[in-house]
Design a protein around this ligand. Structure first.
Ligand SMILES: [Zn+2]
Length: 352
């Protein structure tokens, strides 16, 4: 095992085996307050890859912020091979406002690759890409569903990309969804910088979901074990392999009214099954039943009980109905029905 050199970021050196903090200046607010990107670095004693973990690029997506906090609580530097770069809050401005967006209503995750002469989001994107992503061999970007919508814990990746797929399999979420690259996204820019990146989607904006947080934190550690950054003994081999879905679509309401959802996250649906009812609170008998258009598993759910025509109700990943897929889907649902899910007290590291 080779000892490593100090890790340098923005001219600041972090010694091997230490945790350090670097503040990358991003901009100044109009009240002259500096706005920095805070990067926490776990720099291992021994050589190995650099993994970048980012959260809250959408400022209201909070599960990832807690995942980062739990990773840091483990103080991994002492046993780490390589370096872990953690940015708990990428979009500081949105985080303060409890908003997905930047103050000019731009989506930071559509501003990449960015430019030093562009709008604020574009400048932020350029700095994140040039100063952080360029230092990483691998990256994991943490997200949640939008406000009022929750996602089943899932990894989104181009399933034809072998390196991305390797990371996804190591993460071992309940479901891996093939996701084409979105222009302007952080993940799209990672392709150009040749840094394999996966996106973890779990839970709902402005909410903590213990299952999503636990699955995410464990997934990142499993990736680190698979990349030989952490010793194998801290890792238990997973019992269930993820379901892999090549495509998905939202089932939308055909009328307006009150939404009665009959399906749960992780539930396996058969084509033609009734999954939701939209009923008018004013016109008696005006009831529409929504049925699944194909066999699949519920990976996203609208929780808002009032809907307009065209609103997205259920996000369903299309699956073939073979018995193995059905049994895996059933185990995902059983796992999500676990009534014993809880938040352990801070400082309790027994959670795995
Ligand atoms: Zn997001």
């Amino acid at each position: 095992m080779r000892q490593t050199l100090p890790f340098i970021l923005n001219g600041q050196a972090i010694s091997p085996g230490q945790q350090g903090r670097v503040f990358l200046p991003i901009t100044r607010l109009y009240n002259n307050t500096p706005l920095d990107l805070e990067v926490i670095i776990e720099h291992g004693r021994y050589t190995g890859p650099t993994l970048l973990v980012t959260a809250a690029i959408h400022g209201d997506e909070l599960n990832g912020v807690e995942i980062c906090r739990r990773l840091l609580q483990r103080q991994l530097a002492a046993k780490l091979h390589g370096t872990l770069l953690i940015v708990p809050v990428v979009n500081q401005l949105g985080f303060i406002q409890q908003s997905r967006y930047l103050p000019d209503r731009r989506d930071l995750n559509r501003c990449f690759p960015g430019s030093a002469r562009g709008a604020l989001g574009s400048r932020m994107a350029a700095q994140i890409r040039e100063r952080l992503l360029s230092q990483a061999d691998y990256a994991i970007d943490l997200h949640t569903g939008a406000i009022h919508r929750s996602n089943l814990p899932q990894i989104r990746v181009d399933i034809d990309d072998p390196e991305g797929m390797r990371l996804a399999q190591l993460f071992n979420p309940p479901l891996i969804l093939n996701a084409p690259l979105r222009e302007g996204s952080f993940r799209a820019s990672s392709v150009h910088s040749d840094t394999p990146m996966i996106v973890y989607e779990a839970g709902e904006a402005l909410r903590f979901d213990p299952k999503s947080i636990r699955t995410g934190e464990r997934g990142i550690r499993q990736v680190m074990v698979g990349l030989n950054m952490l010793p194998k003994r801290s890792h238990r081999s997973p019992k269930v392999k993820p379901v892999i879905a090549t495509r998905s679509s939202w089932l939308r309401s055909e009328s307006d009214g009150l939404l009665l959802n009959h399906a749960a996250l992780g539930q396996y649906l058969s084509q033609g099954e009734t999954v939701a009812t939209i009923a008018s609170p004013f016109v008696q008998g005006q009831v529409q039943q929504l049925k699944a258009k194909f066999d699949g598993i519920v990976i996203g759910l609208n929780h808002l009980p009032v809907v307009n025509e065209g609103d997205a109700i259920l996000h369903i990943a299309e699956l073939n109905g073979d018995p193995e897929t059905q049994s895996r889907a059933a185990s995902i649902q059983a796992d999500f029905d676990d009534p014993n899910e809880y938040f352990p007290p801070i400082g309790d590291n027994s959670i795995t």
